[in-house]
Design a protein around this ligand. Sequence first.
Ligand code: GLU
Length: 488
Amino acid sequence: MSEIQKPVRVRFAPSPTGYLHVGGARTAIYNYFFAKATGGTFYLRIEDTDRKRYNEEALKDLMRDLKWLGLQWDEGPGVEKDCGPYFQSERLDIYHREIKKLLDSGDAYYCFCTEERLNQVRAEQEKSGTSITGYDRHCRNISREEAEARIAAGEKAVIRLKVPEQGITSFDDKIRGHIEYQNELLDDLVLIKRDGFPTYHFASVVDDHLMGTTHVLRGDEWISSTPKHMLLYKAFGWEPPVWCHLPVILAAGGGKLSKRKGAASVGDFRDLGYLPETLVNFLALLGWNPGDDREIMSVQEMIDSFTLERINPKAVAFDEKKLQWMNGQHIHLCDDSFLVQVLKEGLQAKGIDFSASSEERLLEIVKLLKPRTHFLQDLSEMADYFFKEPESFDEKGQRKHWGEGSRKIASAVCDAMRSVENFTTPEIEKAFLDLANTRQCKLGELVGAVRLAVSGVTAGPGLWELFEVVGKETVIQRIEKALPLMQE
Ligand code: GLU
């Protein structure tokens, strides 16, 4: 098959039946990147011909999630251009016009077989153990006139493709290489259903052609549909697109990634506190690499390095640990003013009053907490003690830091803090160093008890910085208040 040299036109063609799975999101990402990398067009087509499974909510969520990921389509719902409508359910007249061509050429035929008959055929095939299964082509030789007369008389029919009984259908997949299927193993697939709606196969091929799709990038699970699509392109006399079937994404422990095994949809990950930048970066690297060992990349950097040649055919595992790490990395790259906003929203949701804190103070807090943040909500979760007294003290911490002798140490630190006039990080640090010197002890011995007293927890940002932001009065007050809880 010749490589298409036209400007790239690619699509994401979801069926709005459920949430946007990360596998679907990765397909959308690769299509988007490929369009942007080549100056082409990325369009969104809604494959909503399965009316039984159609779900209005799913459609709304899908579009919201794509936008949240930053995958704005150049054409599609809301961005109507010449190739619309972009909802397949609004294109029925087009499918009826196109199917007529195949009926006229004899490549398609009406089939009147009932569900019961098809079940019976299947049962017999199973009993006889034949390797050729599927529809037995019972209605293939009904003449067009007879078929139309029966339909006019009220009989219901589907329209099927006349698949050649022998030979091979092959195609070159850009990622998987040359693939061949024996025609005798392919069914005379249904193109138009009894309800007049097209099947996925028919609508997809007609639309990919009429909408000028140059490359089809889709999940590996569609590969067995591709010979059927090739037969349709042949029957119509159309040039097929370049096929690119993307590797399967497996759950960490093997098997399919599913809700049962944890988060699997874009919405799940958003709710967990992941940034869209992280998800796009992470999903892009599931099956593709930039040609070097870069991992943390912006969308533009990925687009600049994106080629189909670097998509790997091998299945890839979804490593949530790595995703978490990546989120931390992307949070570090975030604008501080954005994180201040996130912090404020988080505090508000927790009912913590921060009205006494200036923007500057909030910014300081964000800067302190940022290096320890893996999820957006970590910010407000870790920030309590900057705004209010700890309600409790970490129990393990109490055993470790408030044992024998701790009260004396904390009390000495408290005195040292009282004497710091200019309560800034360097001055606080100096006071600690002086105290360690005087007491002939290690610095580490001075910090545990007071950190717990001031913050309620044992881990956090550097203590001098933390003290500065909490403020002199508060630091002293909190240590004094905790002293009776410490052993002498
Ligand atoms: N509507 C199909 C889906 O839900 C599209 C498959 C394809 O890209 O051809 O994924």
